[in-house]
Design a protein around this ligand. Structure first.
Ligand SMILES: C[S@@+](CC[C@H](N)C(=O)[O-])C[C@H]1O[C@@H](n2cnc3c(N)ncnc32)[C@H](O)[C@@H]1O
Length: 283
């Protein structure tokens, strides 16, 4: 399947205004996290973060198809001895904006750096918030199944009576289960915790995520030929993953340098595109 990738330079709030309504199947992105350091890209103060984010997410909501999903990789820092609440406030504000907060996946960073902090332990996870427009959306659960693994050998061998027979729970909630159904199956559905190393190929960007992070969500939440948008594309990890999985990719970044990096990452086919097919801006 032939796919296209485009990288557009600018503030995603402005660039997206030229996109048609409901033209994107999936948004996977990691925006600048709130930070007081002015010299980092973004450098948005935590207490201004929601106000900064909402005009951008309004555009995401407009361009996303009703069957689409928006994956937001984000994590709040600790400040003055406690975790900042801006991500929690953002979740509430996005719900007010019209998004459904469908799920929260946890990216467990398997190889985070060792360290010692006075009030807490090293931070080994980030949020991947899953927002949708509708309760029913594209979700290919079979595409991300995992080997049953040790669980089958240990837990399943010592099934209790309640596990084996389908039953309504003892509190009469009507909730049934039949774990024994899984005994013969080699594959299971994954949990909402993704155990991924932080290593990534795009070492020229200070905050690149590993390619298997966008890959997992692209497989799960879109179909081949669909269009995946990363409005804070950085070094282009999402575009690379989209291209390799047969999806069309669109990336936006403020920085010309990162746009070049993203074009490189997405594949040489970008150079072949004289005129971008859909959105009327030169890559
Ligand atoms: C956390 S990084 C993304 C890293 C990316 N996931 C990767 O794998 O390389 C956030 C990016 O957002 C860009 N950025 C910041 N504000 C932006 C805005 N208003 N519109 C578009 N891009 C923006 C920054 O230049 C930075 O490259």
């Amino acid at each position: 399947m032939t796919t296209t990738s485009q990288v557009l330079q600018g503030d995603c709030a402005e660039v997206l205004q030229s996109f048609p309504d409901q033209s994107v199947d999936l948004i996977v992105t990691s925006p600048p996290y709130a930070d007081r350091r002015k010299n980092t890209y973004g450098g948005i103060a935590p207490e201004k973060y929601v106000e900064w984010f909402l005009p951008r997410s309004a555009e995401f909501l407009r361009v996303l198809k009703p069957s689409g999903s928006f994956i937001l990789n984000i994590k709040e820092k600790a400040e003055n001895g406690e975790r900042h609440t801006y991500v929690l406030e953002l979740i509430l504000a996005l719900r007010q904006q019209g998004w459904l907060w469908t799920e929260e996946y946890i990216w467990h960073k398997r190889n985070c750096y060792p360290g010692k902090w006075p009030n807490r332990f090293r931070d080994a996870w980030e949020r991947c918030l899953h927002f949708t427009k509708e309760r029913k959306f594209t979700m290919n659960q079979e595409a991300v199944m995992v080997p049953m693994g040790d669980w089958a050998g240990s837990r399943l061998k010592s099934l209790s009576k309640n596990d084996v027979v389908r039953y309504d729970s003892q509190v009469g909630s009507g909730f049934g289960k039949n774990i024994a159904n899984w005994l013969e199956r080699p594959m299971a559905y994954p949990t909402n915790v993704l155990h991924l190393a932080t290593e990534c190929g795009n070492k020229n960007h200070s905050a690149a995520f590993p390619q298997n992070l966008p890959e997992w969500f692209i497989k799960l939440l879109s179909n081949p030929g669909d269009t995946v948008l990363d409005p804070f594309v950085g070094s282009g990890t999402t575009l690379k993953a989209a291209h390799e999985l047969g999806r069309n990719g669109i990336g936006i970044d403020l920085s010309a340098e990162y746009c070049d990096m993203a074009r490189e990452a997405a594949g040489k086919q970008l150079a072949l595109m004289e005129e971008p097919a859909i959105y009327g801006q030169k890559p």
